[in-house]
Design a protein around this ligand. Structure first.
Ligand SMILES: N[C@@H](CCC(=O)N[C@@H](CS)C(=O)NCC(=O)O)C(=O)O
Length: 138
């Protein structure tokens, strides 16, 4: 048996696994038309819609601003934690197709694409966020 070849083969498999695990989400895949429609409906039907991931520090900052600082409730903000959902990766693909933005958090207020956490924080810093939230929740 040629162990060198076996080790090389296992090494290549492991490298491919690691690459896909950590960099896979940076490569575009197409979402099905059904998922794109479903995500568009979520954006339209919810006053505030946030696509998030549980381990993402930018998402934590957005969640803190909306739920702790602005005291919004779970009924007012439709929050999806994509990394805990079976169809999370496809929803992320759909969000990229719809908005051109792949990163999370991906935030919508009154059906309008706000952007990511930095965009939400900028709205807060400029004093425009309260009015947007008030109008959305009226
Ligand atoms: N400038 C962005 C940064 C967001 C960001 O880098 N998010 C990371 C997760 S912490 C991301 O989406 N990475 C790609 C992925 O998870 O697919 C913001 O303020 O929202």
């Amino acid at each position: 048996m040629d162990f060198t070849k076996i080790y090389t083969f296992v090494g290549i498999l492991f490298t491919v696994f690691l690459f896909r695990r950590f960099f896979g989400s940076y490569f575009n895949t197409m979402a099905s038309p059904e998922t794109v429609q479903k995500v568009k409906a979520l954006i339209k039907d919810n006053k505030i819609f946030v696509a998030s991931k549980t381990y993402c520090p930018y998402c934590q900052a957005t969640i803190k601003l909306l739920f702790e600082d602005k005291k919004l409730s779970k009924e007012q903000v439709h929050l999806l934690q994509l990394d805990t959902m079976k169809e999370g990766a496809e929803i992320q693909d759909a969000l990229q197709e719809i908005t051109g933005q792949r990163s999370v958090p991906n935030i919508f207020i009154s059906g309008k694409h706000i952007g990511g956490n930095s965009d939400l924080q900028a709205l807060e810093s400029s004093g425009k966020l309260d009015a947007l939230l008030k109008k959305a929740l009226a």
